[in-house]
Design a binder for this molecule. Structure first.
Ligand code: BV8
Ligand code: ZN
Length: 253
C-alpha cells in the first residue's frame, strides 16, 4: 500500500457522510480464525466448507457437521478482536452511524465494541431447531472431549439443534438483507475488508454501492474478485492497514 493511496482513502473517509464497512473471513484472520481460502486442517482436512455447511450434509451426518461447528465455536471462543476490529470501533468517533455488514459468524466485531453490526450469515454462538426453528441455548460449556458428539435435542420438538448460521443453499435472514442492501444503496463510502467476493448474495454489496455512486475502498493482502471494481485498493492485512487508515482519517476530520 502506498502512502498516497492511504492518504487518499483517509481523505475519503474523513469527508464521508454515510460510511459502511463490509467484512469477510479475512477480517478475522489476524485473530487466529482461518479463512475459507485457507486449507482446512485436522479432522476436516479432507472436507471443503461448502460440503459441510449445508442442510443436506447435516441431515446426512449430524454428528460430523455438529462436531465441525463445535470445534470452530470452541476455537472462535478463544479468539480476541485484533487492532483492525478496534480501529473500526474508533472509526465510529469519526462517523457515528457507521454500519458494519459482516459475512463472519464469529461475533468479533461485537466483541470489539462495534455498535451497528449486520450479520448476513448468522452467528456460531446461537443455535436453533432444525425442524421447528425455535432458538435454543447452547449446551453449557462444551469441553474438548465433547467435540465429537451428536447434536443436542430441541427442547420443544426433540429434533436436532443446528447452528444458527446460513448454510449454502439457504436464504439469508430477511431483516439482515434488507438492512445491508439499504446501507449499500445509501452509503457514499463503502470499505470492503477481507473478502474474496466469491459467495453470493453477500458479494453483491460493493457493486450496489458502486452503482449508486459511492466510493469503494478495499483492504486485502491480495487482489480479489472485487478489486477491479473498487476506487482505492489498499493492499495488506486488515490488522495493519485499518489502524493507520483510521488514525489518518481522524487526524484530517
Ligand atoms: C443462496 C456461514 C439461494 C456458514 C457461509 C454459483 C455461482 C454463484 C453463486 C452460487 C453458485 N452456486 C451456488 C451459489 C450460491 C452460493 C454461493 O455463493 N456459492 C459460492 C461458493 C459460489 N450462495 C449461497 O448458497 C447462499 N444462499 O444463494 O441461497 C437461495 C435462493 C432462493 C431461495 C433459497 C435459496 C448462502 C451463502 C452463505 C453460506 N454461509 N457462512 C459457515 O461459516 O459455516 S459462507 C462463508 O464463506 C462465509 O460466511 C463467507 O461468506 C464465505 C467465505 O468468503 P470470505 O469471507 O470472502 O472468505 P474467503 O476465505 O473466501 O476470503 C478471505 C479473503 O480475506 C481473501 O480475499 C484473502 O485475501 C483475505 N485476507 C486474508 N488474510 C487477510 C485478508 N484480508 C484482510 N486481512 C487479512 N489479514
Ligand atoms: Zn424443535
Amino acid at each position: 500500500m502506498t502512502p498516497e493511496a492511504l492518504a487518499r482513502a483517509a481523505e475519503k473517509i474523513a469527508a464521508a457522510d454515510h460510511l459502511a464497512v463490509s467484512t469477510g473471513a479475512g477480517m478475522s484472520k489476524e485473530s487466529g480464525i482461518p479463512t475459507f481460502r485457507d486449507a482446512q486442517d485436522g479432522l476436516w482436512a479432507h472436507f471443503k466448507p461448502e460440503e459441510l455447511a449445508t442442510e443436506q450434509a447435516f441431515r446426512a451426518a449430524p454428528r460430523r457437521v455438529w462436531s465441525w461447528y463445535a470445534e470452530r465455536r470452541l476455537k472462535m471462543s478463544r479468539c480476541e478482536p485484533h487492532a483492525g476490529h478496534r480501529a473500526l470501533v474508533e472509526l465510529e468517533k469519526v462517523t457515528p452511524e457507521l454500519v458494519i455488514v459482516t459475512q463472519n459468524i464469529d461475533g468479533l466485531h461485537q466483541a470489539a465494541g462495534s455498535r451497528e453490526v449486520v450479520e448476513l450469515h448468522g452467528n456460531i454462538g446461537r443455535c436453533k431447531c432444525l425442524d421447528c426453528g425455535r432458538r435454543a441455548d447452547l449446551p453449557v460449556s462444551e469441553h474438548e472431549d465433547e467435540i465429537d458428539r451428536d447434536p443436542p435435542a430441541c427442547p420443544a420438538c426433540g429434533s436436532h439443534l443446528r447452528p444458527d448460521v446460513v448454510w449454502f443453499g439457504e436464504m439469508l435472514p430477511r431483516q439482515a438483507v434488507e438492512r445491508a442492501w439499504a446501507v449499500a444503496r445509501d452509503c457514499d463510502l463503502l470499505m470492503v475488508v477481507g473478502t474474496s467476493g466469491v459467495v453470493w448474495p453477500a458479494a453483491e454489496l460493493p457493486y450496489i454501492a458502486k452503482r449508486e455512486g459511492a466510493t469503494v475502498i478495499e483492504v486485502s493482502p491480495e487482489p480479489t474478485e472485487v478489486t477491479r471494481t473498487v476506487d482505492i485498493f489498499l493492499q495488506g492485512p486488515a490488522g495493519e492497514i485499518l489502524p493507520r487508515l483510521v488514525a489518518e482519517a481522524a487526524r484530517i476530520a
